[in-house]
Each structure stands twice: as structure tokens, then as C-alpha cells.
Design a protein around this ligand. Structure first.
Ligand SMILES: [Zn+2]
Ligand SMILES: [Zn+2]
Ligand SMILES: [Zn+2]
Ligand SMILES: [Zn+2]
Length: 482
């Protein structure tokens, strides 16, 4: 194994182009190119002006596998369905659906596992196998695809690759030194670069991790100018979320857009090992959204970190009172624990916390408020007793307003098109439709406009296909075509 050494833009571009070509995704006159980034290393840049919604590139998952989640032992390791799952008939310890028992992709890994592991397969061992399945699959890559992986960034540190150690330890799995080194490197590449995606089969969904070589070359910014979705073949489709000028760098976000600076910085530090210094991160108000702020106990003003990147004191913008990190931490821990308790909570409990206690502790745009509004949005209309037909008019109006509140924040954050916006627009459409059903004479206009916008944002997204198919037929009914 030799880790890619010539990381010049021209060499990595050549490797990427041939990778995309092998997977039928190379387009003539692509609107992107690799160049050295001011952030260090390479970045993806616009070769010409790009309009919101335009596809910038499509990328193929060079490695794909289940995520390390507790519940993921009951999935088909080939098509990731959760129904009709039975243990592999060759007894490798993994499970497959009835259709995939003879899948050629599984055959290779199945043989490998059975050759290398000579201990009794237990539930625990199955768990280790699933955890290491994504890296193990790198062994079966073509030489050229292996080269692509060797050119990706990998974090250093001993904890990367623990999956391989566990497998060797617990399953007494024999591996040559070079093979082991390669696998550990792949684990580090996956930890650094893998994207999470959700595969939907009917009503169930499975969370996977996929390594997208070109996608992982695009750098992070907390107000991205691009967004990505995954199509039904699990390919990444990256599109411009705002107007991108020629020569601008293309950024996506590795964190949730609706997280405040403290949460984002913590997540980036823990998973990606870097401190983001983008404009949103250095602005304590986060473009005037105050997503990270808590309320001053003295004057109700906004209390913000004095230096968001540092673990320093906070200060009230109104009365200038200084609040220690410890005090702020107490408030945030309290909010966090209440929020976690809402996993199976009902609307009334969540709503009274939102309007009561929470509104006293933080401003209306705080991350926790947005999170709770999202919870309520996807509770109303989708929970027994709170289905669309059960919702009183004022609850429908409330849900619609919560959606608009969040969209307003997204606008302030300058993120343009993104998946969450698409989903919220779709909910607004459904609310409007339901409201119109109840009204005899007056009709709220423009519901179809919300739907059109939602579909436009979500159109390549396989996990949203149900919405889109539902929406499409509605649109056809209205004579708009698809
Ligand atoms: Zn299957
Ligand atoms: Zn098998
Ligand atoms: Zn940032
Ligand atoms: Zn104050």
C-alpha cells in the first residue's frame, strides 16, 4: 500500500475524472474543477457561473456499508432492506433478504469472512462484522478504485481503525500486515470523509455510510453554497443552493444547518478534527439569527459568546452583564435534557414547554426552539390522534407558521436551497391544502407554488420520493405537469 503522494490538482483531477468515467458519471464540460483551496489542500471550484438548483456534479460511492448502529444487525447487507431478512445460507454470520441470498456482491465478502473467521458466530460477532463491513469492502475494489481511496484525506490517530482491531481480536481474524494497514487507513478515510445517507424501502429506512471521492474533496462552510441529495442508485447529486460566481469555491456543510455555533464547532472538532473559521462561525449573532443566544436573566437581552471559537465568557448585548461559561453550560444542559425527554412526547407537552419555560431561557430563534418546532411540525399530521383530519384549524395555522419561521432563519443564514427547506415547503403545501378543504368560500392561494418549489428542491432525492410522487400526481391534477 502506498498512500497517494502526488496531490497536485492536476493529478487528483486525472484520478477523479477516470473514476467518474468508470462509473458513467463523467460529463463533458463539467462546471467544476479542483484547485488549491485557501483553506489548505484541494477544493472544488466553479468553472463558470452556477444558478441555484443547477447540478454541479454527481458522484459514485466507492465504498458503501451499514452505519455502526445498534439496530443495524437486522438488515440485508446487500440491498439494506429490513423485511424478509434471514441469516445468510452460507452461514457467514450476516443477514440477507430472501432476494439477495445469491447476490454476487455478497458472495465475495461472504467467502472472505468464512475463510478468515474460525470462531462460532455469535450476536456480538455479527455486530463487529457489520461495523467493519464498509472498510472490509475496500479489499474487493479494483486496483484503480483502490488508488482513488488512497488519494483521500485521512485523519491520524490510533482510534481510527478500531473496527479492524476488534475483528482481529474477537473473531480471531487472520490478516497480513499490509492488508491490515490498508484496512486501517480505509477506516480513517471513512471516518474523515464518509457521508451519511438514508435508503428507503417502503416504510422502513436504513442509515448507511458512503464514501464519495469527489464529494469529500469539497470543503465545509457553515453556510454552504451547495447541497446534496442521494438518488435511487445511491449516487450523490450536488447542486448549487445559491448563485455561485465563476471561480468561487464550492462548499457543502458537514453539520446540520440549524445547529448553533457551539453545537457545530463541537461536532466538527469531534468528527472532523478542525475548527471552522467561516463568517458565520466568527459572527456571534450568526448573521443576526441569534441561534446560539440565551436570554439574559436581568434584562431579557441576548447573551452571546464574546469569542465564539474560544471557551470564553458570554455577555448580554442589552445590559452588558457577563455570564460565565459555567452558567451558560447549566442552562444548555437543562434544555438538552428536557429536549431529549421529548422523544415520545405529545404535542401539548412540547408546545407548553416551547411557550413556557423555553421561551424564558432563550430567544425565539435559538437552536432548541427551532429543533422543537421541527419536532412539532413532523408530529402534527403524522401521529395517531393528530392526523391531518384531526387537526383544528388553528393548529394547522400554527404548524404552517412554524414552517415559515424556520424558512425565515434559513434565509438569514444565506443557505438558499437545501433539503430541509424542501421538506418544510412541502409541509406548508399540505397545511394549505388542508386549510382550503375546511373553507367553503375563501381559498388560500398559491399552495401549488409551495409544492412546485418543494419538488424542485427534492427532485433527485430518493429518500423523499414518496413525497415527490404524491406531489407529482397532485400537480398533474392541477394541470402543471411534472
Ligand atoms: Zn436484499
Ligand atoms: Zn454470507
Ligand atoms: Zn463555520
Ligand atoms: Zn442583560
Amino acid at each position: 500500500m502506498s498512500i497517494g503522494s502526488d496531490r497536485s490538482a492536476s493529478n487528483v483531477s486525472r484520478i477523479m475524472d477516470s473514476f467518474l468515467e468508470r462509473h458513467h458519471l463523467l460529463v463533458e464540460d463539467a462546471p467544476w474543477e479542483l484547485r488549491p483551496s485557501p483553506l489548505g489542500g484541494l477544493g472544488v471550484f466553479a468553472k463558470r457561473d452556477l444558478h441555484p438548483g443547477e447540478v454541479i456534479f454527481r458522484d459514485y460511492p466507492v465504498i458503501m456499508g451499514p452505519r455502526c448502529l445498534a439496530e443495524s444487525t437486522d438488515i440485508c447487507v446487500s440491498c439494506y432492506r429490513k423485511q424478509d431478512i434471514i441469516p445468510c445460507n452460507k452461514k457467514c454470520g450476516l443477514s440477507l433478504c430472501t432476494n439477495c441470498q445469491t447476490s454476487p456482491d455478497h458472495k465475495r465478502e461472504c467467502e472472505f469472512i468464512r475463510q478468515r473467521i474460525n470462531v462460532e458466530i455469535t450476536q456480538e460477532l455479527t455486530h463487529y462484522l457489520i461495523n467493519s463491513l464498509a472498510p472490509l469492502r475496500s479489499i474487493f475494489l479494483s486496483t484503480q478504485d483502490k488508488e482513488v481511496v488512497l488519494y483521500l484525506k485521512a485523519h491520524k490517530g490510533h482510534h481510527h481503525g478500531f473496527e479492524v482491531d476488534l475483528l482481529m481480536d474477537k473473531a480471531n481474524c487472520k490478516m497480513a500486515q499490509e492488508e491490515k494497514e490498508f484496512l486501517k487507513f480505509v477506516c480513517a478515510v471513512l471516518d474523515t470523509n464518509a457521508f451519511e445517507l438514508v435508503v428507503r424501502n417502503g416504510d422502513d429506512q436504513t442509515s448507511l455510510r458512503g464514501l464519495y471521492p469527489l464529494g469529500s474533496l469539497a470543503n465545509h462552510r457553515c453556510f454552504p453554497n451547495a447541497f446534496h441529495v442521494f438518488d435511487d442508485k445511491q449516487r450523490m447529486v450536488t447542486r448549487a443552493s445559491v448563485f455561485i460566481e465563476k471561480d468561487e469555491e464550492i462548499f457543502h456543510s458537514y453539520t446540520k444547518i440549524l445547529w448553533g455555533t457551539s453545537s457545530r464547532l463541537l461536532h466538527l472538532k469531534e468528527t472532523k478534527h478542525f475548527v471552522c473559521k467561516c463568517e458565520r462561525c466568527v459572527d456571534p449573532t450568526e448573521f443576526g439569527t441569534y441561534m446560539n443566544a440565551i436570554s439574559c436573566t436581568r434584562c431579557k437581552g441576548n447573551v452571546l459568546p464574546i469569542l465564539p471559537q474560544k471557551n470564553c465568557d458570554w455577555r448580554c448585548e442589552g445590559c452588558m452583564k457577563v455570564v460565565s461559561v459555567k452558567e451558560v453550560g447549566k442552562t444548555l444542559t437543562l434544555i438538552g435534557s428536557v429536549m431529549r425527554s421529548f422523544r415520545n412526547c405529545n404535542f401539548n407537552v412540547m408546545y407548553s414547554f416551547l411557550k413556557g419555560k423555553l421561551s424564558q431561557m432563550v430567544p425565539d430563534s435559538n437552536q432548541a426552539v427551532l429543533e422543537l418546532k421541527c419536532k412539532i411540525i413532523w408530529y402534527l399530521g403524522y401521529t395517531p390522534g393528530f392526523e391531518w383530519k384531526d387537526l383544528p384549524l388553528e393548529t394547522l395555522v400554527l404548524k404552517k407558521r412554524f414552517c415559515s419561521d424556520i424558512i425565515e432563519i434559513l434565509v438569514k443564514l444565506k443557505v438558499g436551497l437545501c433539503k430541509i427547506k424542501g421538506l418544510l415547503l412541502y409541509e406548508i403545501y399540505l397545511c394549505t391544502e388542508e386549510i382550503n378543504k375546511r373553507k367553503v368560500n375563501t381559498v388560500e392561494k398559491d399552495e401549488v407554488d409551495y409544492l412546485k418549489e418543494a419538488i424542485d428542491i427534492l427532485k433527485f432525492d430518493a429518500s423523499a420520493s414518496k413525497l415527490i410522487t404524491a406531489g407529482r400526481s397532485d400537480l398533474n391534477g392541477n394541470g402543471y405537469g411534472s
